[in-house]
Write a protein that binds this ligand. Structure first.
Ligand code: FAD
Length: 345
């Protein structure tokens, strides 16, 4: 009812002028900063410059302080570091507690995180604790300079439209952003910046989970998000064995194997290979789409690849229309010929 609504509005009524600066959460695992962080620093720098504010990064981990300069070299003006053995592995509760404390104290205007497994879990908890909104899985960001509202664009309604979302009454404005939608910030060796060492009272931090161990993916598969070349197979393969051909071509090209959702849903290949709206976003130098029609939900995941090669029987399908090179014909004839040529060269 109206009174309840008014109460809610009062609860979130905040003085927007108290909030300034753009923050990037510097996600790391075992001391290695995720490459999405460098992409966010690039975009964060653009937003901070437009708003005339500083760009800061927040780094939480164990034995991690030495990594702060890496973030400064990529454009951060300031790095807040929580370096404590208690943060050796990512756990939602203690990480959310310290970040919430820091946000409440420093009041950033915008906070960006990667739409990774960690970012998705972490950002939502932090947003709920500080009573602000969160736009998940953004694929574009911009700023309205008059209102200082962050324009957060993401696919909506099954990827059929792109929605631009504003959170005009809330600060900070929080977004998770997909890997590979922005280019990485360039390294500027020896760039100057401020490192702020933060201390957390570990004994007071909530922790309802126990970390048992970290099991590395032993499959040896190339991570499609980081691959320069991806050879992807779709329903056009017609059978699971079709992926043997895809794997052979990928291996010869030194690339990774991707797939459409149709191939994943048919159980021909595990979900970790799926490219698209409900899979991974990729931006390789070369994307080879074999028997994939190019529905919008697939295209949003690979559309910014530098070169797209499509192999398809149907020259009129969206993938063939979008491709840099469109090879019309049966993939079971075309791919073995390509493999033969590569082997002969
Ligand atoms: P199809 O559309 O069936 O295309 C098969 C293609 O193979 C055709 O173009 C055909 O001409 C060609 N072909 C057939 N035989 C041969 C041959 N012998 N040689 C050469 N070409 C041949 N899809 C994704 O991929 N990723 C996602 O993340 C994703 N998320 C989704 C989320 C939602 C909410 C929804 C509703 C859908 C999502 N989809 C996603 C599904 C998407 O809409 C399509 O259904 C899917 O991408 C189709 O896969 P495909 O191109 O392999 O199959």
């Amino acid at each position: 009812n109206a009174i309840e609504l008014q109460k809610e509005e009062q609860k979130v009524a905040i003085n927007k002028n108290d909030y300034k600066n753009v923050w990037v959460y510097a996600e790391q695992r075992h001391g290695e900063i995720s490459s999405v962080v460098f992409e966010l620093l690039n975009e964060g720098r653009i937003l901070a410059d437009k708003l005339g504010v500083k760009l800061a990064a927040v780094l939480i981990g164990d034995n991690i302080k030495s990594k702060a300069q890496e973030l400064i070299n990529r454009g951060a003006d300031k790095v807040y570091v929580y370096d404590d053995p208690a943060f050796i592995e990512f756990q939602d509760d203690p990480y959310s507690s310290v970040l919430t404390q820091l946000i409440t104290k420093e009041k950033p205007e915008i906070i960006l995180m990667g739409a990774t497994n960690i970012g998705r879990s972490f950002a939502s908890r932090v947003a709920a604790r500080i009573n602000t909104g969160l736009t998940a899985d953004c694929t574009a960001l911009d700023i309205d300079l008059e209102t200082r509202n962050l324009q957060q664009t993401r696919p909506a309604f099954g990827g059929n439209i792109m929605a631009t979302i504003l959170t005009p009454k809330h600060r900070p404005q929080m977004a998770t952003v997909r890997h590979k939608v922005f280019k990485e910030a360039k390294v500027q060796e020896g760039r100057k910046g401020e490192v702020v060492e933060c201390k957390a009272d570990i004994s007071t931090l909530l922790n309802r989970t126990k970390f048992l161990g970290f099991i590395k993916d032993a499959s040896g598969n190339v991570n499609i998000s980081d691959a320069d070349i991806i050879v992807s197979g779709g329903r056009g393969l017609g059978k699971p064995e079709g992926f043997k051909l895809i794997e052979e071509l990928a291996e010869l090209l030194g690339g990774a194997v991707g797939a459409s959702r149709a191939a994943v849903d048919a159980d021909w290949i595990p979900y970790s290979h799926q490219v698209g709206q409900t899979g991974r976003t990729v931006a390789p130098k070369v994307y080879v789409a074999c028997g994939i029609s190019g529905q919008i939900q697939h295209m949003v995941g690979m559309g910014s690849s530098d070169v797209i090669i499509a192999i398809n029987k149907d020259a009129s399908c969206p993938m063939m229309q979008t491709a840099t090179y469109a090879l019309e014909g049966d993939l079971y004839e075309i791919i073995p010929n390509i493999i033969k040529e590569i082997k002969a060269s």
